[in-house]
Design a binder for this molecule. Structure first.
Ligand code: GLU
Length: 281
């Protein structure tokens, strides 16, 4: 069971097409299922018209998905009990630091700011303030995970083209290189990391196929799966589609939007050719 999990914050481009086709074809080749999930927890940037365009582009590409589409914005009440549980266990604390506070506190003289897969490694300011109050209701604040309590040694299988194989994650490495990540943003009531882990489990995903840019984040996802006693899927991180200057495509990169190729008369086979999935004639 594979999935494609786009955020409806802009047009799908060639990189998305590549990712979706790989996940779809992997499931089909194994007699499995390909599922779709709309990652729209960012209510500011997500737009219904981009969501509609996603369905249209995928159908045009000839990709069909099994069952209903899972929308993260419909699942905020599902994420909350998990956060409440973690709060009661003392695994979370409220954080009121601004980005600037974090940068200032994290900067080590001479060495600059330590950056992990989730951005700057949080220096622990609010943890040290003792902002942890089990027994009280979940605060309306950013909630950070106590990595020292959450992480344990674990591993996952990576079967992507980089042939990484078994990947070990140590507790020490999570504490040092990742730190206390935000598990619920104040304005969202959740975070990408928490939602992706709960939803991959809810959808029974066995193989996560996604871009190489998310490889580093996988240690966070696997750590959360262990903590929440959820199964760990196999991961396949694929190459990123780049432009002629070697820069990876971004949502802003309308020039490579699937819709634009369509409007110019390209066929789905042309798209497969453009991303290197079938040899050019
Ligand atoms: N929603 C993420 C994105 O559009 C993908 C998340 C994932 O595949 O885990 O980049």
């Amino acid at each position: 069971i594979t999935r494609f999990a786009p955020s409806p914050t802009g047009p799908l481009h060639l990189g998305h097409a590549y990712s979706a086709i790989l996940a779809h074809d992997m499931a089909r080749a194994a007699g499995g299922q390909f599922l779709l999930r709309i990652e729209d927890i960012d209510r500011q940037r997500s737009k219904p018209e981009w969501e509609a365009q996603i369905y249209e582009d995928l159908r045009w590409l000839g990709l069909s998905w099994a069952g209903p589409v899972l929308r993260q914005s419909d699942r905020l009440t599902i994420y909350r009990p998990t956060l409440e549980n973690m709060w009661e266990q003392g695994l979370l604390y409220a954080c009121t630091c601004s980005r600037r506070d974090i940068e200032a506190a994290a900067a080590a003289p001479q060495e600059g700011v330590p950056v992990g897969p989730d951005g700057i490694v949080y220096p622990g300011t609010c943890r040290a303030r003792g902002a942890r109050r089990p027994g009280q209701p979940l605060p309306q604040a950013a909630l950070r995970l106590r990595m020292d309590l959450a992480a344990r040694d674990c591993s996952f299988e990576e079967i992507g083209p980089a042939h990484r194989g078994l990947q070990r994650i140590t507790r020490a490495q999570m504490i040092r290189d990742v730190g206390d990540i935000v598990l619920a943003r104040r304005e969202m009531g959740t975070s990408y990391h928490l939602s992706v882990v709960l939803d991959d489990a809810a959808q029974g995903i066995t193989h996560v196929t996604r871009g190489e840019d998310l490889f580093e984040a996988t240690s966070i996802h696997v750590t959360l799966q262990k903590l929440l006693e959820l199964p760990t899927p196999t991961y396949c991180h694929h190459k990123l589609i780049r432009d002629e200057n070697g820069k990876r495509l971004a949502k802003r990169d309308n020039a490579r939007a699937i819709a634009k190729y369509r409007a110019e008369g390209a066929t789905p086979a042309d798209i497969r050719r453009l991303v290197g999935l079938i040899p050019s004639a």
